[in-house]
Design a protein around this ligand. Structure first.
Ligand code: GLU
Length: 322
């Protein structure tokens, strides 16, 4: 496949104006209040703009992904009234497609093997809580000879060369975002030690192939967006609009996790009685509706416009689950 054919010209929807959103769950656990808010927002953004939604099960990590979780996720989305128009697509068995993107970058000398272990990186600089990890470029300047020698005896991850320039865009909810990948992130991994392709690469390739124009997801992924934009540019793929929605956190300020069983859908259903009760409570916490009332996603569409939606969530980074 040539580069332009593989990455760009055959993207469904790349040239029309229809908003195509997506749900991109990783099937590694059950759905909880944080995911529900993110999927609800993704759905609203598409529907309020007359668009459609693609479902992609992000099962790239074969060790953590379980098909039972994927099935449960789809059932839960349906139960909540969060419908999709296309998919489910999967990431497993798509190595050939990701490899074509990887090869096109490598052929241009934009990738290099990295032999640093997690322990090496940690010893070099242990980021403090909340700080970004910046790869110091340890393996960037290895000679061709040294690389060959090491590759014959050690597994390598593959990093993408970053440039000292700012990647800037405006997030629909979080406003202007700007990141210098060289100083704020460093060369990042696009292929892992075990040969599998990394999230950043797969997501960019999949979004383009599936015609996604609107990426709505949790605030924790905001920092990934400049990396994804950079990859889109290098691969000649269309940009997408971003909207990073607030994270739902536990009352102690920590991210919701498996420990917070009361934020899982089953507990929420026990507490609020119906899927509409759950949607209503989460919408109320997010400030999308003024009262904690029972409401279905379809009914929310009558309460909101796209600008009202944006206004309600603008600048919010987290919401306390209560
Ligand atoms: N698969 C990721 C998750 O479930 C989302 C990735 C994305 O939206 O780009 O958190």
């Amino acid at each position: 496949m040539t580069e332009s054919k593989a990455f760009g010209s055959n993207c469904i929807g790349a040239n029309d104006q229809t908003v195509v959103g997506r749900f991109a769950p990783s099937p590694s656990g059950r759905i909880h209040a944080g995911n529900i808010l993110a999927y609800l927002c993704a759905w609203l953004v598409a529907q309020l703009q007359g668009g459609r939604v693609v479902l992609r099960i992000e099962d790239l990590d074969s060790e953590r992904s379980k098909s039972a979780y994927a099935e449960a996720l789809m059932r839960d989305l349906e139960r909540l009234g969060l419908t999709w128009d296309e998919g489910p697509y999967y990431q497993q068995n798509r190595d050939e497609v990701y490899a074509a993107a990887f090869d096109s970058l490598s052929e241009r000398g934009l990738t290099y093997p990295c032999f640093c272990t997690r322990a090496d990186l940690h010893a070099a600089s242990a980021p403090h809580a909340g700080e970004r990890f910046v790869y110091p470029g340890t393996c960037r300047s290895l000679s061709e000879e040294a690389r060959k020698e090491l590759l014959s005896v050690k597994p390598a991850a593959w990093r993408l060369l970053t440039r000292d320039c700012d990647i800037a865009f405006t997030d629909e909810l979080q406003g202007p975002v700007s990141m210098n990948l060289a100083s704020d992130c460093g060369d990042f991994v696009i292929r892992r030690f075990d040969g599998s392709f990394a999230y950043q690469l797969a997501v960019v390739v999949d979004d383009a192939e599936q015609g996604v124009t609107s990426v709505v997801r949790g605030y924790d992924l905001l920092d990934s967006s400049p990396q994804q934009r950079y990859l889109q540019d290098l691969l000649g793929l269309p940009h997408v609009e971003y909207a990073h929605v607030p994270l739902v956190v536990a009352p102690d300020g920590r991210r919701l996790s498996k420990r917070n069983r009361d934020a899982e859908l089953e507990s929420l259903l026990g507490r609020f009685g119906t899927p509409e009760g759950v949607i209503g409570h989460i919408s109320y916490l997010a400030g999308l509706i003024p009262y904690d009332e029972t409401i279905a996603p379809d009914e929310l569409l009558c309460e909101l416009t796209y600008s009202k939606f944006v206004e309600s969530l603008q600048g919010k980074k987290q919401i306390v689950f209560s």
